[in-house]
Design a protein around this ligand. Structure first.
Ligand code: NAI
Length: 324
């Protein structure tokens, strides 16, 4: 079965080759209405987080004879599932590749931000061994609110309990394994010195952290978002950072990341003024959607994607389907 893999990077070629993939065309472009033609002659497309799978793209894929969309990620907010169902296109995802990869990146971001190791590293390389400006705080004993206790959120809860934090949780579907107390969102916000966002992007979670909810956080609170950019209202967050109400922000995802992330723009003028403003804060740390990016996760993504493909080839049904 021929598969057109969009947004292909060198590491995708390597991980899919190692998993034994055959019949894959690796297409560097992001999938959108301009590039969709490259899917001609393929039964499936393999897409990533910033590929566009809205109704016009899905219709075109259907016209080209594509029958299957293989998402090589967990989130599926970029797919119009109703349109896919209407067109008879199956959509598969990789529900779990390494929740630890993302949970550990949440910790890495938070520790870097609050202990300022990125700034210390730059100073030391310049021969500046001054500590002034690098003052951090202990995580031990602090209250940490975790929004979303799915596969990743549950790892996050355990990690922060292990650090001696008082962990609070919020999720419309509490999980029996989670030993942290579940609270209504507003109560959790009011008590969280650190807020960790681990929920998927949906109509309900879009701008979950808006101006009103930011105001409920204690002054000086730190927010980390490794879920999806639009869970945060970025403009409201910038206002909270400017006023000093928000003490710091670490993000691996950004609302408008599709135009920026996974590519080298270092020679270009940055036209996104909101992102440019974020870059000016000393207490903002940004990584470009790399929380998933570990050897273990890439291997598991390739293997599960192939398992979805083979199941479709043999039975007409994928293993990990996503329905509207
Ligand atoms: P999951 O599906 O196992 O868990 C999501 C949890 O969020 C569920 O327990 C659900 O009930 C909860 N939830 C839904 N609506 C909520 C709300 N309004 N408030 C609080 N909780 C809510 O998903 P998993 O694997 O834990 O992943 C979570 C998200 O992390 C993904 O949907 C994806 O967007 C993001 N992600 C980011 C990656 C990165 O590289 N930065 C990599 C992988 C996932």
């Amino acid at each position: 079965m021929r598969v057109a893999l969009f947004s292909a990077k060198r590491y995708d070629r390597l991980s899919f080759a190692a998993a034994g993939a055959h019949g894959f065309s690796f297409i560097e472009s992001r999938l959108d209405l301009d590039t969709v033609g490259a899917a001609a002659g393929h039964v499936a497309v393999c897409a990533f987080v910033n590929d566009r799978l809205d109704e016009p793209v899905l219709e075109r894929l259907h016209q080209l004879g594509v029958r299957l969309v293989l998402l090589r990620c967990a989130g599926f907010n970029n797919v119009d599932l109703r349109a896919a169902a209407r067109l008879g296109l199956q959509v598969a995802r990789v529900p779990e590749y390494s929740p630890h990869a993302v949970a550990e990146h949440t910790l890495a971001l938070l520790l870097t931000l609050i202990r300022k190791t990125h700034r210390a590293h730059a100073r030391v390389r310049e021969g500046n061994f001054e500590l002034d400006g690098l003052l951090g705080f202990d995580l031990h004993g602090k209250t940490v609110g975790v929004v979303g206790t799915g596969r990743i959120g549950r790892c996050v809860v355990k990690i922060f309990q292990g650090l001696g934090c008082e962990v609070l949780a919020h999720d419309p579907f509490p999980h029996p394994e989670v030993t942290a107390p579940y609270l209504p969102l507003d109560e959790l916000l009011a008590r969280s010195r650190v807020l960790l966002l681990q929920c998927p992007l949906s109509a309900q979670t879009r701008h979950l952290l808006n101006a009103e909810r930011l105001a409920k956080l204690p002054r000086g609170a730190i927010v980390v978002n490794t879920s999806r950019g639009a869970v945060i209202d970025t403009r409201a967050v910038i206002r909270a950072l400017k006023s000093g109400h928000l003490g710091g922000l670490a993000i691996d995802v950004y609302e408008e990341e599709a135009e920026l992330f996974f590519a080298d723009h270092s020679d270009e003028v940055l036209t996104d003024d909101v992102f440019a403003r974020l870059l000016t804060f000393p207490n903002v740390l940004i990584t470009a959607h790399q929380a998933f990016f570990t050897e273990e996760a890439l291997g598991a993504i390739a293997q599960t994607t192939l398992a979805n493909l083979y199941a479709f080839a043999q039975t007409g049904k994928v293993l990990h389907g996503v329905q509207a």
